[in-house]
Design a protein around this ligand. Structure first.
Ligand SMILES: [Zn+2]
Length: 114
């Protein structure tokens, strides 16, 4: 699955950044029309098991998608593409979802040494 590949990439990036230190939190930014967030979180948990990331909390930052409408020329941010069958402004159905699909490890929180 696409989502599991994303999760593994995030974990790989976080492990490189952590450089062996224990990590208490991850912040991951997801943009575009990617996926179910809970699947990403679960994938990260699975990929992180047995690593310095295993106790980290996963904080997902979801960026809204943009929808542009060819009927009224409007452009709106939307957060739920499943609900999106028509333009939120004019009700037109000639719409296009835009925005780059990306998943970025934004930051990690490293545990302070004792
Ligand atoms: Zn419209």
């Amino acid at each position: 699955m696409h989502e599991l590949g994303l999760s593994e990439s995030i974990v790989d990036a976080a492990l490189r950044r952590a450089a062996g230190r224990r990590v208490t939190g991850l912040r991951v930014r997801i943009g575009g029309h990617v996926v179910a967030p809970e699947v990403v979180t679960q994938g990260i948990r699975l990929a992180a098991a047995g690593t310095v990331l295993e106790d980290a909390t996963v904080d997902l930052v979801l960026e809204p998608m943009m929808v542009s409408c060819r009927e009224c020329g409007g452009s709106e941010a939307v957060s739920d593409h499943l609900a999106l069958v028509a333009c939120p402004r004019c009700g037109g159905v000639d719409i296009e979802i835009t925005g780059d699909e990306h998943v970025v490890l934004e930051s990690i929180t490293v545990a302070q040494p004792d």
